[in-house]
Design a protein around this ligand. Structure first.
Ligand code: NAP
Length: 480
């Protein structure tokens, strides 16, 4: 794929690559330089894209699930073939270290293969009749054209989490990527084209978010919106969906607690917490946001944790061996620095990091640890989305669970323990869509992913991921 700061990349509509009137600049957060431009869609083109999607629906849903699965496997093959190139694109536009970008391509490939197979499992059922002469069937049908809105923090894999199940279910999709990271979506469109996906079944709507969202909400052709992003925009979509009663799937913000119990394997607890906190430079919806350590092991944990954080290498994700990249933009960096300042005002102590990385371009923050973080500090109450790890202590399991649940969010949570009874109690009592026990990277294609409370509605991945794009219809047949 070719891109440059002088010539905009075309967008993919109705199986064609088109130039438009408006352009968006793409900035590398490691250098602060514009390195690419892309064309942006206007309202008329978006309406045409919706019409095209609608026109492709009958033929796409009419194919066998096996056929759709074969095509999705081909998209996965293309991603695999272009793994290094697409990994580099992700690092350029998002900043994450190259190894993590390639890992994102691998996970996207795996999601595509999972849903390629799941397509064949959209089972209905037959129900025993209550009245003589009747038969009852439950039939699953694709919901129709889907508007998918994806964020910048995992620009490829979070788009694929919507696009793959929607297409597997028999739905055409229009993908709106984040304006910060449109190139990964263009690469995905190239893979769709190369795999032979019909033009109307997958299209790209890069452009102004409010215009695109308004059209998805008001246009009756769009039958569902699947959104990943901030809780604030999720709330706007809920308000906007009221008139048309548009179905929404919402993957929103998180505030993940990590509970570290005195019976844990300490080395493992440190390692898994490092992954949960610093992967993707802390810019993950499931990132560890609040670390609660049982008092009796606080000093030992903190000593090992700080040593591990200080071993992390921070720099341009294209350079070898980096663990932490830049934040996405200046305002993300300012937000993180202001959370650190606020934590210190509330009595927290910066044990390492705490400031912008000096002597470099790019939005780099030194990986930071704050001990003695107060429950009222902003970093314990609001999503941090940065490599900042605030630590506090607790006495009992009951207290740990209560404080972990004291949040309007409930996307993910983590616990480090070797007590099996405690594992069961936490599984039942922690309010989150995902709980990683001794596991800092719990997400997998086979298991459902999503949030409770203000972290969202619905689930992606697993068998639930396909279900999100299917309608359930009862058919009653009389006179049998
Ligand atoms: P965001 O501002 O909500 O943006 C996400 C997407 O929504 C982008 O494509 C954005 O487009 C679009 N958007 C912006 N305004 C919109 C509007 N009024 N209507 C419809 N779409 C709109 O979120 P962000 O700050 O980029 O992403 C970080 C947030 O996403 C964090 O809160 C994080 O926790 C959450 N997140 C959740 C999950 C999950 O699975 N639960 C996963 C990843 C991230 P533009 O880029 O063009 O503005």
């Amino acid at each position: 794929m070719e891109f440059s700061p002088d010539k905009a990349c075309k967008i993919y509509l109705d199986g064609k690559w088109l130039a438009t009137e408006r352009e968006i600049k793409v900035v590398n957060p490691a250098t602060e330089q514009v390195f690419a431009k892309v064309f942006a869609i206007d309202k008329d083109q978006l309406q045409m894209a919706l019409n095209t999607a609608e026109a492709s629906f009958a033929a796409w849903r009419g194919r066998t699930a096996k056929d759709r699965g074969i095509l999705l496997h081909r998209v996965a093959d293309e991603l695999k073939r272009r793994r290094d190139e697409i990994g580099r694109i992700i690092t350029l536009e998002n900043g994450k270290p190259l190894a993590q970008s390639k890992g994102e391509v691998d996970m996207s490939e795996d999601h595509l293969r999972w849903f390629a197979e799941e397509a064949r499992h959209s089972y209905g059922r037959t129900i025993p009749n209550q009245v003589q002469g009747k038969r009852h069937l439950v039939v699953k049908t694709p919901i129709g054209t889907v508007g998918a809105i994806a964020p910048w923090n995992f620009p490829l894999v979070l788009a694929v989490r919507k696009v793959a199940p929607a297409m597997a279910a028999g739905c055409p999709v229009i993908l709106k990527p984040a304006s910060q990271t449109p190139l990964s979506a263009i690469a995905l469109a190239e893979c769709m084209e190369a795999a032979g996906i019909p033009g109307g079944v997958f299209q790209l709507a890069i452009g102004k978010a409010s215009m695109i969202a308004d059209e998805f909400l008001s246009n009756p052709i769009c039958r569902k919106i699947s959104f990943t992003g901030s809780t604030q925009v999720g709330q706007e979509l809920i308000r906007g969906a009221a008139n048309s009663v548009k179905p929404l799937s919402l993957e929103l913000g998180g505030l993940a607690p990590v509970l570290i119990f005195e019976d844990c394997d300490l080395e493992r607890a440190v390692q898994e917490t490092i992954i949960a906190k610093f992967r993707n430079t802390g810019q993950s919806c499931i990132a560890a946001n609040r670390i609660y350590v049982q008092k009796s092991i606080h000093d030992k944990f903190v000593e090992k944790f700080v040593a591990a954080v200080e071993r992390l290498k921070t720099g341009n994700g294209l350079e070898d061996g980096m663990d932490v990249g830049p934040l996405v933009n200046q305002s993300a960096l300012d937000g993180a620095l202001s959370q650190i300042e606020d934590a210190v005002k509330h009595g927290g102590k910066v044990l390492t990091g705490g400031k912008r990385k000096s002597g470099t371009h790019g939005f780099f923050l030194e990986p930071s640890v704050i001990d003695g973080a107060h429950d009222h500090a902003v970093c314990m109450q609001e999503e941090t989305f940065a490599p900042v790890a605030p630590i506090t202590t607790f006495d009992t399991e009951e207290e740990a669970i209560r404080r972990a649940n004291q949040s309007p969010y409930g996307l993910s949570a983590y616990a480090m323990t070797s007590n099996i009874g405690r594992m069961f109690r936490l599984s039942e009592q922690i309010e989150a869509g995902t709980l990683g026990i001794n596991d800092g990277a719990p997400t997998t294609s086979q298991a459902p992913f999503g949030g409770v409370k203000q972290s969202g509605w619905g689930r992606e991945l697993g068998t639930e991921g396909l279900e999100a794009f299917l309608e359930t219809k009862h058919v009653s047949i009389g006179g049998v």
